[in-house]
Design a protein around this ligand. Structure first.
Ligand code: XMP
Length: 512
């Protein structure tokens, strides 16, 4: 049986990061809600349990509480921030408002550098974010770390293998956080550290087989992006051609993308694959439209219509599969009053529209780079697995003004040159997103003694961690010169190249 660490989520900002740090130690871990029944938790036979941080205080009548019997089950427990306070509170300690709120990087002094703190320095920079703190240890515990403002920064009961830390070992700002997590896993939880993406793939494939049964069928909307491609590969391994992938080609994909997706899912993973070439419909509906939001709405609506037609031609399917990954889960779970800057195209509502109640989402727990690692493990081509993000509405939102097949060709060809050159310069893993935009501007030029009046192509390249904010990438001048020369020489009707040097905010990454 595979080692499992369960993380009870009390609503902390960094909860999934804990899971990720554990998985980086080659131990499988999953986040579950704090109120999961104790019997269910125990039935999964976890090797250890981590109680996450969270915004609550234990004295609040609404505060999330757990069954104290959890601490009697003989399973090692590590409480982090709220998790520590909760453990202390339930086991007879005291939690009080801190005199001074601690936020940010704080030096923690370790009083005992064995066990949980084995191998760590006597004083280590740790990330803190708390208003409440433990002021008296529960019986049987001792204090093993302190800060200037927090005399009880960590508590342990080695005999019962229950630990609490006020700081966050899961964030990278905590210098030796990974060491602490390793110590918990390997010194106390007796984990073997043999989990790999391969194990994840095997488990996911087995679970899909169990869910779908011997005769069930699955429908997947394949976009050609990393997430849905990895899901397709996983489900193919589980149930072969009882999976049907529908790929709607709106004619606004990057150069070579549609053919690559077809090739992969006809040869490498030969699923039942339907490519719906709907470009004529999309171009017809986009004719004359210049407003960015209207373009987005038309594309979103057409996509659903085309998909529905293809799906109904297939007859009844039992399950709908989606490439939902962890950041999607978080984003869709958050109520937001933020202004709509752009109406994102996504197919989140598709299963409902098609009447599906049964979903298969094998990537729900993973971060993007874990999905990429899984894709490589499954044998998907590297270019597909490491593809940069590409918006659902595709090139339509990189063409300012009306979208036509001719303009799509200019942006597609110039984009291909840009991508080729960035890869050749070895920058594709350093620049997070890069593409060309067909600006609405035409300008005068001269080519072979003739006057030209052709299009201006903009280069957009950004560095970013999360795509919420971004800086423009400082590409070498020589590289920009090469790209510019190639675009004006090789792409018909592109006669001028400009560079976008705007950060996000105030500009967005895409131009529309
Ligand atoms: P912006 O332009 O808002 O883009 O700064 C941030 C990131 O989101 C991508 N993007 C989209 N992704 N559907 C998507 O799946 C969309 O409609 C969409 N619009 C923008 C964009 O490429 C960038 O990575």
């Amino acid at each position: 049986m595979q080692d499992l660490i369960l993380i009870l989520d009390f609503g902390g900002q960094y909860t999934q990061l804990i899971a990720r740090r554990v998985r980086e130690c080659h131990v499988y871990s999953e986040v579950i809600p704090w109120n999961a029944p104790l019997a269910d938790i125990l039935a999964r036979r976890p090797k250890g349990i981590i109680l996450s941080g969270g915004p609550s205080t234990v004295h609040d009548p609404q505060a999330p509480m757990i069954d104290p019997a959890l601490f009697q089950a003989g399973i090692p427990v590590l409480g982090i921030c709220y998790g520590m306070q909760l453990a202390a509170h339930l086991l007879g300690g005291k939690v009080e408002r801190a005199k001074e709120r601690e936020y940010g990087r704080v030096t923690v002094r370790m009083k005992d550098r064995s066990g949980l703190f084995g191998g760590m320095k006597a004083a280590s920079g740790c990330w803190m974010s708390h208003t409440w703190q433990v002021t008296a240890c529960p019986p049987g515990f001792r204090v093993v770390a302190e800060t200037d403002n927090c005399p009880v920064a960590a508590i342990i009961n080695e005999e019962k293998k229950i630990f609490g830390v006020q700081f966050h070992p899961e964030v990278t700002h905590t210098e030796e956080g990974s060491m602490l997590i390793r110590n918990f896993l390997f010194r106390f939880c007796d984990c073997s550290g043999d989990w790999t993406m391969n194990t994840f793939a095997e488990t996911a494939i087995r679970q899909i087989r169990e869910t779908v049964g011997d005769s069930g069928t699955v429908l997947l909307a394949l976009s050609g992006g990393v997430d849905s491609s990895v899901v397709a590969a996983l489900i193919y391994r589980a149930i072969g051609n009882r999976l049907t992938c529908v790929f709607v080609d709106h004619g606004l994909l990057r150069k070579g993308e549609s053919d690559q997706v077809c090739h992969v899912f006809s040869h490498l993973f030969p699923v039942r694959f339907i490519r719906s070439d709907a470009s004529a419909r999309f171009f017809a509906d986009l004719a004359g439209v210049t407003d960015p939001e209207e373009k987005r709405h038309i594309i979103g609506r057409d996509f659903i219509e085309v998909f529905k037609q293809e799906a109904s031609a297939l007859g009844k399917m039992d399950y709908f599969a989606q490439g939902t990954i962890y950041p999607d889960v978080i984003e869709s779970g958050q109520a937001t009053n933020a202004a709509v800057i752009k109406s994102h195209h996504n197919v989140g509502g598709l299963p409902k529209e098609l009447g599906f109640t049964e979903l298969i989402e094998p990537l729900r727990m993973l971060f993007k780079d874990e999905v990429r690692a899984l894709g490589e493990t499954l044998g998907l081509p590297r270019e597909l697995v490491w593809r940069q993000p590409f918006p659902g509405p595709g090139l339509a939102i990189r063409i300012i003004g009306e979208v036509t097949p001719e303009k799509a060709e200019i942006v597609r060809e110039s984009d291909a040159i840009f991508r080729e050159e960035i890869t050749a310069a070895g920058l594709d893993r350093h620049v997070n997103q890069y593409f060309t935009v067909l600006t609405g501007i035409q300008s005068v030029g001269v080519m072979g003694d003739e006057r030209t009046y052709d299009y201006t192509v903009a280069l957009r390249a950004v560095t970013t961690d999360d795509f919420m904010t971004a800086d423009w990438a400082r590409l070498p001048y020589d590289l920009i010169a090469r790209i510019s020369a190639r675009i004006v020489n090789e792409v018909p009707h592109a006669s001028r190249v400009v560079l976008d040097v705007t950060t996000k905010p105030p500009a967005s990454i895409e131009w529309e």
